[in-house]
Write a protein that binds this ligand. Structure first.
Ligand SMILES: [Zn+2]
Length: 341
């Protein structure tokens, strides 16, 4: 029996190095000391056949071998567990000195930035900001703005008609009418928004673009108030040295009407590429609100007068950022827009 036990130990020692995984270790344990069919369990059962003397010696030797087997397997398993833990620590290691990943958050569109700047100037001058419909009836688009029946602005070649009676607004001047219907003078309103014209898109035209309209109606308002307001407006927008000039012009809803130019923000009037050498940049139309327009919304032109002026945001934005094509502003190409972050 003693030889047999020595042989069993040799066998076990030979099997042990082949164990490389937890599963192998479990299988080895079942094979040797498993409760039902373990080799040593079976040997224990044969002890009963031995003489009491032999049983005592063999029993002790078998127990010793069983303890040896169990502790060998346990230490193997402990080794596996330690290795697993070490590997996990390496794989989950965090290097706190690595630079963080930048989150790519959104930001405002250049037109929006410019619009907000202009709105801030209007608000600081006591104007309220108004928003209004982009689809209008003939009344707001034309009739109330004193635009005659035969005026080209009414033509389907210039304006996007939706039905006979509805069209996309072609200018933010429609907001003058809404503002004057909603409240009585004195009133100061600025209305930024999109407008639509049937222009063929090119570097300086787009069928949709942005305007801002300013309107003031009160007692005793004169052309001098318009000039003073516009001068202050451009100084706040482009800097204190900016000058303005008015050129007589015609718009049906004002009398008299004028085009406004301001001295180039790049060269301050000396002449450069931005202003095409003239030193001046066109800002937009302006004028004293036509008596017919006031009458149309129930305001007595003998008692109240007012002025309005507007400017386009898109060309201004293109000039300020040196864009040679305004369509860049509407194409939503992220590579372009990211520059304004
Ligand atoms: Zn210039």
């Amino acid at each position: 029996m003693s030889d047999r036990i020595t042989q069993l130990r040799t066998d076990f020692d030979r099997e042990l190095p082949a164990v490389t995984t937890d599963a192998d270790a479990t299988a080895l344990r079942d094979r040797w000391v498993g409760r039902k069919s373990g080799l040593l369990t079976a040997e224990m059962k044969t002890l009963g056949k031995l003489s009491p003397e032999e049983r005592k010696t063999a029993g002790a030797q078998l127990n010793e071998l069983k303890g040896y087997v169990e502790s060998a397997i346990e230490s193997l398993q402990a080794g596996f567990a330690a290795k697993r833990e070490a590997e996990q620590l390496v794989s989950e290691r965090i290097d706190v000195t690595l630079p963080g990943r930048r989150l790519s958050g959104g930001h405002l569109h250049p037109i929006t930035l410019l619009r907000q700047k202009i709105e801030d100037i209007f608000v600081s001058m006591g104007y309220e900001i108004e928003d209004g419909p982009e689809i209008e009836t003939h009344f707001y688009n034309f009739d109330a703005l004193n635009i005659p029946e035969n005026h080209p602005a009414r033509s389907p070649q210039d304006t996007f008609y939706i039905t006979d009676q509805l069209a996309l607004r072609s200018q933010t001047s429609t907001m003058q009418i809404h503002a004057m219907q909603k409240r009585r003078p004195p009133l100061r309103v600025a209305a930024p928004g999109r407008v639509f014209r049937r222009d063929t898109p090119d570097a300086t035209h787009n069928p949709m673009f942005y305007q801002v309209e300013g309107l003031l109606v009160d007692r005793g308002i004169t052309l001098g108030d318009l000039k003073g307001t516009v001068e202050e407006f451009v100084r706040r927008l482009f800097g204190p040295e900016t000058r303005t000039r008015f050129r007589p012009s015609y718009f049906p809803f004002v009398e008299p009407g004028a085009e406004i130019d301001y001295t180039c923000f790049k060269c301050n009037g000396a002449g450069c590429r931005v202003c095409k050498g003239s030193g001046w940049i066109e800002m937009g139309g302006s004028g004293m609100v036509h008596p017919n327009v006031l009458r149309g919304v129930g305001i007595d032109p003998e008692e109240f007068t007012g002025f309005a002026f507007g400017l386009g945001l898109d060309r201004l934005c293109a000039l300020m950022y040196g864009l040679d094509d305004i369509r860049l502003l509407y194409e939503n190409d992220v590579r372009f827009l990211e520059q304004f972050r």
